[in-house]
Design a protein around this ligand. Structure first.
Ligand code: CTP
Ligand code: MG
Length: 229
């Protein structure tokens, strides 16, 4: 099958609270989004990478990677789902699309390969996730515990999430309250489709708060030194 990639990068990074969107902050030797793009751009089985950036983005065009022949840049939208949809529509005919957050710079090619292997073996979509390790509690609005949630079969959703391009466009377009879709799998679920979880790495974190920048730096420097050894 043929694989393409969509990278939503049109957010403002409000929770990190820097003076520029978090995907353009530098960690180690390059910006977060450049770390994110690298394994996809370099992957021999990936034909095209579409990045959605915000309408008033002043940063992406200045990156070295911006002129890479595999790359297409489109305008994102108000919510993540809008940015994903606009990128999906810019894709040529493709069997599978992997949607991956610009804010997840620690993605490793081994996890990308696991998803692709699933597509080749089963001809169906899948997403990365890792198992919940802590004891989970559900409370009421006063923080009083109502119950302990069974941790078995409970997962943290990650990206990439990989689906048939047309199936994903149809699923997202078919949802009434699109702003409630926080990941691609939830659109497929609502459309009645089947989504398989592939166990991914928990260090594939999303930079969400400022302290995540330190974690990302730590993991990226570890990965670098492992490659050099
Ligand atoms: N994203 C996007 N378009 C939007 C909102 C988010 O493409 N309208 C992207 C972000 O750039 C990020 C990914 O979706 O790569 C995950 O979203 P999130 O972590 O929430 O990033 P932000 O929305 O930028 O952060 P915040 O919610 O703190 O403002
Ligand atoms: Mg957000």
């Amino acid at each position: 099958p043929c694989f393409s990639v969509v990278i939503p990068a049109a957010g403002i990074g409000k929770r990190v609270g820097a003076d520029i969107p978090k995907q353009y902050l530098t960690v180690l030797d390059s910006t977060i989004i450049e770390h994110t793009l690298k394994p996809f751009i370099e992957h021999a089985d990936i034909q095209r990478v579409v990045v959605s950036v915000s309408e008033d983005d002043q940063w992406f065009a200045h990156l070295k990677v911006a002129t890479h022949p595999k790359l297409t840049v489109v305008k994102g939208g108000k919510e993540r789902v809008d940015s994903v949809l606009s990128a999906l529509k810019a894709l040529p005919e493709t069997d599978y699309v992997l949607v991956h957050d610009a804010a997840r710079p620690c993605i490793q090619s081994s996890d990308i390969d696991k998803l692709m292997a699933h597509a080749r073996e089963t001809n169906s979509g899948a997403m990365l996730a890792y198992r919940v390790r802590d004891t989970m509690k559900r409370s009421d609005q006063f923080n009083h515990i109502k119950k302990t949630v069974d941790r078995e079969n409970l997962w943290h959703a990650l990206t990439p999430q990989m689906f048939n391009n047309k199936q994903l466009i149809d699923a997202i377009s078919g949802v009434q309250q699109q702003h409630l879709i926080t990941d691609e799998a939830s659109a497929i679920e609502l459309a009645g489709g089947q989504v398989t979880i592939i166990e991914g790495r928990s260090d594939n974190l999303k930079v969400t708060q400022s302290e995540d920048l330190l974690l990302a730096e730590f993991y990226l420097s570890k990965f670098n030194s492992l490659v050099k050894e």
